[in-house]
Design a protein around this ligand. Structure first.
Ligand code: 1GP
Length: 270
């Protein structure tokens, strides 16, 4: 929604009980209409942010169409709630945030962007190159940048391969803490530990715990989180936001999606 300057970051960093849930929508894997429909179900189930992105080669026209469709659906729901004496408009005040694979996947229809450094990449383009290309567009679009350290952990999946990441292994706890310290010293607000979309195992809880030991960062964890148990473990280890994508995209029906998300999202606050 059209939230004011700086307000998405304050929402992301706000203290809460347990963790918040973010639904990742990959525009390469669904039409804008389906993306909007799935996003509305996710918000009804308690998801409080929508990430748009994921794949590395999606053109910005597709990303933009998806952001517009989701924003329009949220506005309609918000209007309907405002007309209903028992409706809750605030439920639909959900930021749509770009989660880009590069400088091509941007849209002025988003409220904010995870402005990321892939900290354990061996490639300059993912450390600072894409960011330098994208920054002038973001300035023009007036999309709020959320300064984010992004660290890919084993198994890493496609983002680990494309991003040339030196994957963090479960025993690399000192290194995880060092990345967190480094992110804090760079002035990042967010640290995102990623196992890769569709990962066979999520980020190891020892790595989450080690990164969470550094105060002053808001910790996001995603990749391979498919069960309430896995979500609960990530939250107990220190995740403040849990990101899921595949569970939404491979649900066979809206009802199945609703069931899956309800149980995952309740595990965020148990
Ligand atoms: C990808 O971590 C996210 O960046 C989501 O992963 O698709 O496995 O839920 P999944």
């Amino acid at each position: 929604m059209n939230v004011g300057e700086g307000s998405v970051l304050s929402k992301v960093c706000r203290q809460r009980n347990g963790a918040g849930h973010i639904t990742l929508i990959d525009p390469a894997k669904q039409t804008p209409e389906v993306a909007a429909q799935r996003s509305m179900v996710a918000v009804e189930c308690g998801s409080s942010m929508i990430f748009v992105g994921g794949s590395t080669d999606t053109p910005d026209t597709v990303v933009h169409a998806t952001c517009v469709a989701i924003q329009e659906a949220l506005e309609l729901r918000m209007f309907a709630a405002s007309q209903d004496p028992e409706g809750d408009e605030t439920l639909w005040d959900v930021p749509v945030v770009l989660f880009p694979g590069g400088a091509h996947a941007l849209s002025p229809a988003a409220d904010a962007i995870t402005f990321m450094m892939l900290m354990n990449s061996t490639k300059r383009e993912f450390l600072v190159g894409e960011q330098v290309r994208g920054a002038p567009y973001l300035e023009r679009f007036e999309v709020e940048a959320l300064p984010t350290g992004y660290v890919v952990c084993a198994p890493g999946g496609r983002v680990g391969e494309v991003g040339g990441a030196e994957l963090l292994q479960p025993s690399d706890t000192e290194l995880a803490r060092s990345y967190a310290l480094c992110a804090k010293m760079f002035g990042f607000s967010l640290l995102y530990l990623e196992a890769g979309s569709g990962a066979s195992t999520p980020v190891h809880t020892d790595l989450i715990r080690a990164a969470a030991d550094v105060e002053g960062l808001t910790l996001l964890v995603g990749g391979g989180l498919r069960t309430p148990e896995a979500v609960r473990s990530a939250v107990e280890a220190g995740a403040r936001w849990v990101v899921t994508g595949t569970v939404t995209e491979d649900a066979g029906s809206i009802e199945e999606l609703r069931g899956r998300l309800t149980s995952l999202i309740s595990a965020c606050t148990e």
